[in-house]
Design a protein around this ligand. Structure first.
Ligand SMILES: Nc1ncnc2c1ncn2[C@@H]1O[C@H](COP(=O)(O)OP(=O)(O)OP(=O)(O)O)[C@@H](O)[C@H]1O
Length: 233
């Protein structure tokens, strides 16, 4: 590993992923190389079906590559058991999806505290930390509301708080504003950028929206399974 790779919060080398259906094999990603520096914010764009979610799943240790290596916080996933990979993922990464994936029967506070409770944090400390983050995303008046009692933008802000509550090194976000109208999308995106910058948390965002992508440190485009620098037409 070179120094950039050693210091990276997330790194992949010569990554390939194909899916086989009967005799047909589809190569979705090939020779993908990427290193995310601490605090760096990167957008991944590309046409529908170009492999953006597949790449995010591989980087997040949610899927295994057909070829190549992934390191999270310097640890090579190929050398970890599924259980160890899960612990590393919970500790080092936060996830935000297009749909909030908040648990409907839990309040905003309980949803945000949950990753800490799973990691073994005491309840009072988990609740304090979750409350502080919900305040930072402007939901101090919604702590005891369940997801069904929140607006779409509020639910996504709670999802941002949940992704950050464990102090991850990097947040992986798959179309985090894809379900919101323009105004709410910009508010949630601004919030993610501000919080990630304040907390020095890296951010990898999959987005269809070039207007959002240009606000990040760099944008990369997936074309024919390969990751190209910049926003391509
Ligand atoms: N588990 C799987 N089995 C078979 N094929 C898959 C699987 N997951 C993804 N694919 C295929 O890989 C390709 C890339 O899918 P992916 O979801 O990564 O694209 P995407 O760029 O995120 O698309 P979108 O912008 O529409 O969400 C698609 O052709 C998809 O059908």
């Amino acid at each position: 590993m070179n120094n950039t790779e050693k210091e990276a919060v997330l790194c992949c080398r010569d990554l390939a992923r194909s899916f086989t259906d009967g005799n047909l094999s589809v190569e979705v990603l090939r020779e993908v190389n990427l290193c995310i520096a601490p605090g760096e914010c990167v957008a991944i764009v590309g046409a529908s079906g170009s492999g953006k979610s597949t790449l995010l799943h591989l980087l997040g240790g949610l899927d295994r590559p057909t070829q190549g290596q992934v390191w999270i916080a310097g640890q090579n996933l190929a050398q970890l058991s599924d259980a160890a990979c899960g612990r590393l993922r919970n500790h080092a990464l936060g996830f935000i999806y297009q749909l909030h994936h908040l648990l409907p029967e839990f309040t905003a506070l309980e949803n945000v505290a949950l990753p800490l409770l799973i990691a073994g944090t005491k309840t009072t400390h988990a609740q304090e930390k979750a409350t502080a983050l919900l305040q930072r995303v402007g939901l101090e008046a919604r702590l005891h509301h369940k997801p069904g009692e929140l607006s779409g933008g509020e639910r996504q802000r709670a999802a941002v708080a949940r992704a950050l509550v464990t102090d991850p090194r990097c947040v992986l976000a798959d179309e985090p504003t894809g379900n919101l109208d323009r105004k709410n999308a910009e508010q949630v995106f601004d919030l993610m950028l501000t919080l990630n910058s304040n907390l020095n948390t890296a951010l990898v965002v999959v987005t269809h929206d070039p207007h959002l992508a240009v606000q990040l440190d760099r944008a990369l485009t997936l074309v024919d399974g390969r990751l190209m620098p910049g926003l391509l037409p």
